[in-house]
Write a protein that binds this ligand. Structure first.
Ligand SMILES: *Cc1c(COP(=O)(O)O)cnc(C)c1O
Length: 363
């Protein structure tokens, strides 16, 4: 039997027709495409961290429950004792875990555009996926449409990114409450960008049995560690915990995350700086002709270029050594849209200069 026929007889059709999640090669570029925190730690903190790693026993399996880390997170985010916490190898793994727990006949709903992994993983698991479009004017939730889909298909899981990626806006809290009340399934509020947004549904957890909150350390400044966490009712989290791989959070991640979170001040200062620079980048973008710039509560900004410009501007920026994210190929509301992550002020200036050049050259 040839490998091709082996694959087609063994693997699900959904997987065969999928394409792998591609990440652009950023080598040598000013990297403003992936919502990373651009700052490093003060050298003395790095020294302290390296010292702490000396006690790390790499020959032993990690604590399967990562109890100390969970307590550190509880303290860091002020998560009440009554709320259960599940850790994932990035929140990507938690999205996968949630979806893996469903039966394949069930449906999943997330507005479009939103975080690509919701759809990618749902489809790989043969789940039906509904993607009602956000409103074109302001990227708000089309509540009437969502309520209609809930009534018709009763999705087992609804994902709402708050703030939303790639649009950067916070949805109206009132709209999310309406969805929480109408949903017969679970509603996951994905707060990946919580460090930059002055808003959270965490205080609402006791009010809704079907609410789960998901966060990650990635956008805070620890993307390389891969640590996400899901919070919600003990009964729900303990079901999901059954399908978690026993040692999904490795020892280096456990130790480093505990260490990092006990130096909260460093991250608070960095995220505040990023928010200040977000304001600067927003104003600079708005001052450029012919761009529509969307307000953001996250560490990136989405903007729309004139017709037939996005691909050319993106390529031109790349030629100048600046890598941002081209959203145009996603189609729909993302046509002619580009997304830039807030970097150091030096990187932000380089980006604005490169973009100014690109606009002059192309026009
Ligand atoms: C970046 C991002 C994630 C993924 O975070 P990881 O913890 O790095 O896997 C999840 N949700 C949203 C909305 C994101 O933008």
């Amino acid at each position: 039997m040839s490998t091709t026929s082996l694959i087609s007889s063994l693997f699900r059709a959904e997987i065969q027709s999928m394409s792998a999640y591609k990440v652009a090669d950023a080598h040598g570029f000013i990297k403003l495409d992936a919502m990373e925190n651009p700052y490093h730690w003060p050298p003395e903190l790095t020294e302290q961290w390296l010292t702490s790693l000396r006690h790390c026993e790499l020959n032993r399996y990690p604590d399967p429950e990562a109890q100390r880390l969970i307590e550190t997170l509880r303290c860091h985010d002020e998560i009440p004792k009554s709320v259960a916490i599940l850790l994932g190898n990035g929140s990507d793994e938690l999205i996968q875990l949630l979806l893996m727990a469903l039966t394949p006949t069930q449906a999943v709903l997330a507005p479009a555009p939103s975080f690509v992994m919701y759809k990618q993983i749902s489809q790989s698991l043969q789940l039906t996926y509904f993607a009602p479009s956000l409103c074109a004017e302001d990227f708000s939730l089309d509540v009437a449409h969502i309520l209609q889909l809930i009534k018709q298909h009763q999705p087992a899981l609804i994902f709402i990114a708050y703030p939303n990626n790639p649009t950067g806006n916070l949805f109206k809290a009132e709209d999310i409450h309406t969805i929480l009340n109408a949903s017969t399934g679970l509603v996951v509020i994905d707060e990946a960008y919580a460090p930059f947004a002055n808003a959270s549904f965490l205080p609402e957890l006791p009010r809704y049995k079907n609410l789960l909150i998901m966060r990650t350390l990635s956008k805070l400044g620890l993307a390389g560690l891969r640590l996400g966490y899901l919070m919600g009712a003990v009964e729900i989290i303990s079901q999901l915990n059954k399908i978690r791989l026993p040692y999904n959070i490795n020892v280096l991640t456990q130790m480093t995350a505990e260490f990092a979170l006990s130096h909260k001040q460093v991250f608070t200062e960095q995220t505040q700086l990023i928010c200040q620079h977000r304001h600067w980048v927003f104003e600079q973008l708005q001052a450029l002709p012919a761009l529509t710039v969307f307000p953001s509560a996250a560490n990136f900004i989405l903007f729309k270029t004139p017709a037939q410009h996005a691909d050319r501007i993106h390529a031109h920026l790349k030629k100048q050594g600046v890598l941002i994210k081209n959203m145009h190929s996603q189609g729909g509301l993302m046509q002619e849209c580009l997304r830039v992550t807030i970097g150091t002020q030096e990187e932000n200036k380089a980006f604005i200069n490169a973009l100014t050049n690109a606009l002059i050259t192309i026009n």
